[in-house]
Design a protein around this ligand. Structure first.
Ligand code: GAR
Length: 210
């Protein structure tokens, strides 16, 4: 069985979706870089071991990532899932998990990398918005996108209403992609080549639209 670690910084609603999804892999641990992240409560309720590694306690990003790496090794993790983990990872850490680490981002990548995606979508006046799941590479939000969920932007939308719909979508899309990884249906060959069920993935899988 694939052993999964989930890295979090905040509310952990994506962690909850993964817990509720009854994945074929097992979530063996949750790491938070923030001691008051609600995600830690969710892990506790689900009887999943968790650990706080505060980035503030480390002099460098490398030292912080090394501490995380030690914990992941102690749990004998196969796959790392970033679920609202808001720290930039060092190339060394990313390299160690290349092809085995996923992230979800609240935009239709490659559009709107970085922060405040909902506000930026509204400011530009886009019709479509959503979320993307990608393998993590050293460049921020730049790994090849595996799957997306799409929402139509409504004229009355605010950043908050959009965020809520995108979040809802994330909870559907992320568990499905993690399950594909657990089942061995996603194979990372390089940052420009992913195999999905044995075939090169040309376009992101469209998992759902609301
Ligand atoms: C999610 O919307 C996720 O896409 C975003 O943080 C939120 C975490 O919510 N991640 C990023 O912006 C990463 N670049 P959650 O803590 O409730 O799962």
């Amino acid at each position: 069985m694939i052993k999964i670690a989930v890295l979090v910084s905040g509310s952990g609603s994506n962690l909850q979706a993964l817990i509720d999804a009854n994945l074929s892999g097992k979530i063996v641990g949750v790491v938070s870089n923030r001691p008051n992240a609600y995600a830690l409560e969710r892990a506790k309720k689900a009887n999943i071991p968790s650990c706080i590694i505060e980035h503030k306690d480390f002099p460098t990003r490398e030292a912080f990532d090394d501490a995380m790496q030690k914990q992941l090794q102690a749990w004998d993790v196969d796959v790392v899932i970033l679920a609202g983990f808001m720290r930039i990872l060092t190339p060394k850490f990313v390299h160690a998990w290349e092809g085995r680490m996923l992230n979800i981002h609240p935009s239709l990548l490659p559009a709107y990398k970085g922060m405040h995606t909902h506000q930026r979508v509204l400011r530009t006046g886009d019709m479509w918005h959503g979320c993307s799941v990608h393998f993590v590479t050293a460049e921020l939000d730049a790994g090849q996108t595996i799957a997306q969920g799409v929402v139509q932007v409504q004229h009355h939308d605010t950043a908050e209403s959009l965020a809520a719909r995108v979040h809802q979508l994330e909870h559907v899309v992320y568990p499905q992609v993690v399950e594909l990884l657990c089942q061995g249906h996603l194979l990372y060959q390089s940052n420009t080549q992913i195999l999905y069920k044995g075939k090169i993935l040309k376009d992101p899988l469209q998992i759902c639209q609301i």
